[in-house]
Design a protein around this ligand. Structure first.
Ligand code: ATP
Length: 249
């Protein structure tokens, strides 16, 4: 399988402070890549950099998901997305599910889903909604309900469903387990595994390192803006320092 995304030397920050200091990261097609790290390590900042919400200060974001648009400098294949605005990056197929879900509370479930496919025709959006509802039956039962009345787990499903409505090539998930009870976390993670089984590619940012490493193919451990460790997720999980610091073992 080929690299869908290759990040090299990515530097990100706010104001005068750098938060991410030269990130190298690869996301291979069809895999789940977990990025774990403690509070404030820079995980959300990385996702914001990849989705174009935060302009990189340096580095390359090579995207292999779009054939036929040539290369724009550098030695790696693919298109360099660094500096592209968020809406262009989203159109290329990189879609983020933000931390805290950010569903529109006063809109119905169906209306929230429709927003994810705002560029699609009515018929196409209806087709996609059917697929999303097949994946998340609980959303199907609540299509006309206001999103604000959903449980936390259902809101997470809605946020993921809304992202899937865009038919992303790469799904960026920011702390999907945040604030959810353990049983619901299990449910969300089994849905993430099912998405991979469908052939989807996922970059998963999590503070719940145990769950994230258990599900992932590849893993990166971020500490204060630098990758401390990377490799196959099972190997990373066996690393004694990771076990002590992140898995509570
Ligand atoms: P968490 O799990 O708590 O969300 P994180 O690993 O996602 O942590 P980030 O949210 O990326 O971490 O934050 C990394 C650093 O950047 C923190 O020191 C944070 O205070 C800082 N930071 C984040 N957003 C901003 C902002 N908009 N302006 C200034 N500093 C910010």
């Amino acid at each position: 399988m080929s690299a869908l995304l290759s990040v090299t030397g990515l530097r990100l920050g706010y104001g005068r402070a750098d938060v991410v200091h030269g990130l190298d990261l690869t996301v291979t097609e069809g895999r789940i890549v977990s990025l774990i790290g403690s509070n404030g390590a820079g995980k959300t900042t990385i996702l914001r950099g990849l989705s174009g919400l935060l302009k990189p200060r340096a580095g390359e974001i090579r995207w292999g998901g779009q054939a036929g648009e040539g290369t724009s400098g550098g030695n790696l294949p693919g298109l360099d997305l660094a500096g592209e605005p968020a809406h262009r990056i989203a159109r290329r197929g990189i879609v983020q599910v933000p931390e805290g879900r950010q569903v529109f509370a006063n809109m119905t479930v169906a209306e929230n889903l429709r927003l994810g496919a705002y560029r699609a025709s009515h018929a196409e959006a209806a087709r996609r909604q059917q697929a999303v509802v097949a994946r998340f039956p609980r959303l199907g039962e609540r299509l006309s309900q206001q999103a604000g009345y959903l449980s936390g787990g259902e809101q997470q499903m809605l946020a993921m469903g809304r992202a899937l409505m865009a038919e992303p090539k790469l799904l960026l998930l920011d702390e999907p387990s945040m604030g959810l009870a353990p049983l619901i976390v299990d449910e969300i993670f089994s849905i993430i595994a099912a998405l991979r089984a469908e052939g989807r590619t996922i970059l998963l940012v999590e503070q719940n390192a145990g769950a994230a490493l258990a599900i992932a193919d590849d893993a990166y451990v971020l500490e204060t803006g630098r990758i401390r460790l990377q490799g196959p997720a099972a190997e990373v999980a066996r690393n004694p320092e990771v076990a002590a610091a992140y898995l509570g073992l």
